[in-house]
Design a protein around this ligand. Structure first.
Ligand code: HAM
Length: 434
């Protein structure tokens, strides 16, 4: 009998698990440098928490079941409702709050490139402030993380505002806003014909359909928003304020990153709780699905707990990030530190070898030794198989004068170093090589 992995799930071997961990450690480090604190959420939640707040599409994709106590529960399909539940259940946490988490997420989607049934998601949110500065800080964090992964030039940030879109659609006499949003969300995934016929089926008149298609098609740069929209509709005070806020946010974001950022009216996001700015990051070649997405959601805390807490945040999955890093040649191991393999010339030297291994590990080096009681030539073979950069050979004769041999595994050169000062000697060699 053989067991196969379930569809949409991954087995991660070191060559993928290590670079993934490296990428998320960079994200973590950068979030901490922005003052974000780490939290963790449960993997299982009450289905109701998601049923009410995330929208029908996501609830339809949950891995949910009735537990042994008869409760309807779900593996979390996203972090946001859980994070809000956590925040609102504690009144003692001073706001604004900056939190990040890195949970696993489960969605019963059709597995395809960039979309699986289980993924890891880096989430960051700011609670308690509703300002363009907070919006920009969050998008700035996302960009700084991608830049920190050396992805500058490989991605574009698309921004929109749901309030602005609502206003725009109302002005076009459209009132079934959430239905139209879910159609707009598919704009870049369907042909113009199919998109137009979906709008028409939802009661949008022909002339308005062609205006919407033409508004959604273009990418608008900072400073051009009012001009662009005024050719389609009147810009009243309300709309003017939303546009000004977006312009302010865009100008602040440009301080964080040189990456390409533009307004894209087709970005409305699939999740139903967003209330203001929404954004998505895509690879600049347009080949992959979204790398990350988020937005402002000022009503979710009220829906969950009755408390009024404005919020803005984003989630970045590991699946598209991996594809992008691989494409850019940046899918690398979590550590570029050299690896040392300590070998013994005879079995009675294991104690001395282990002392060296422990000393190296204590000083932050990667050090291994044989635990299979093999002879020296088998140990050296193992050092090669394990991609060790150096073998340190402990021999009886050399030990009499406190010396060990260090062999560079790539060119075979070797030298004697003092065992008592091994850490300093290695550091000296490393400085020399750098
Ligand atoms: P989302 O757009 O559903 O937003 O997901 C965010 C990111 O998670 C996507 O851009 C993608 O990188 C990744 N992702 C989503 N679904 C899958 C999947 N099936 N397979 C692989 N990766 C996937 C949210 O989840 C919001 N809760 C984000 C947020 C946080 N909004 C505010 N705070």
């Amino acid at each position: 009998m053989t067991f196969e992995r379930l569809r949409g799930f991954r087995d991660l071997y070191p060559e993928d698990a290590e670079p993934k961990s490296w990428a998320f450690s960079i994200a973590q480090e950068i979030a901490r440098s922005f003052g974000f604190r780490m939290i963790d959420i449960p993997s299982l939640e009450s289905l109701d928490l998601y049923r009410l707040k995330s929208g029908d599409e996501l609830v339809g994709q949950t891995f949910s079941f009735t537990d042994k106590g008869g409760r309807e529960v779900t593996m979390v399909p996203e972090a946001t409702p859980s994070v809000v539940r956590m925040l609102t259940s504690r009144k003692d946490i001073p706001r604004p709050v900056r939190w990040f988490s890195i949970p696993k997420i489960w969605r019963y989607e059709e597995p395809q490139s960039g979309r699986l049934r289980e993924h890891m998601q880096f989430n960051a949110d700011i609670f308690g402030v509703d300002t363009p500065e907070a919006d920009a800080e969050l998008i700035g964090l996302a960009a700084t993380i991608l830049d920190g992964l050396n992805l500058q030039g490989n991605y574009d940030i698309r921004i929109n505002d749901r309030k602005l879109m609502e206003n725009l659609l109302h002005k076009m006499n459209i009132n079934n806003i959430s239905e139209i949003f879910s159609i707009i969300d598919r704009f870049r995934k369907t042909s113009h014909e199919d998109f137009s016929s979906m709008l028409k089926q939802s009661g949008v008149p022909d002339k308005t359909v062609s205006d919407i298609v033409s508004i959604l098609e273009h990418q608008i740069n900072r400073g051009d928003l009012k001009n662009y929209l005024s050719s389609y509709i009147d810009i009243d005070q309300n709309l003017g304020q939303t546009i000004d806020r977006m312009e302010t946010t865009l100008s602040i974001i440009s301080q964080y990153t040189n990456s390409r950022i533009y307004v894209d009216f087709s970005t409305v996001r699939g999740l139903s709780y967003y209330t203001g700015i929404v954004f998505e990051v895509f690879d600049s070649k347009g080949e992959l699905r979204s790398i990350l997405g988020g937005g402002r959601y000022d009503n979710l805390a009220k829906l969950i707990s009755g408390q009024d807490i404005p919020a803005v945040g984003f989630g970045m999955g590991d699946v598209v990030l991996e594809l992008l890093l691989k494409r850019a040649g940046l899918w690398k191991s979590s550590s570029d530190k050299p690896r040392y393999y300590v070998c013994t010339a005879s079995d009675d030297l294991r104690k001395e070898a282990l002392e060296i291994v422990i000393e190296l590990r204590k000083n932050g080096f990667i050090a291994t030794m044989d635990v299979a009681q093999r002879n020296l030539s088998a140990q050296l073979k193992s050092a090669t198989i394990n991609s060790s950069d150096y073998a340190i050979i402990v021999g009886k004769k050399e030990l009499e004068t406190d010396q060990v041999t260090i062999r560079n595994m790539s060119d075979g050169t070797q030298q004697q170093i003092n065992k008592m000062k091994i850490v300093n000697e290695i550091k000296k060699m490393k400085r020399h090589a750098d």
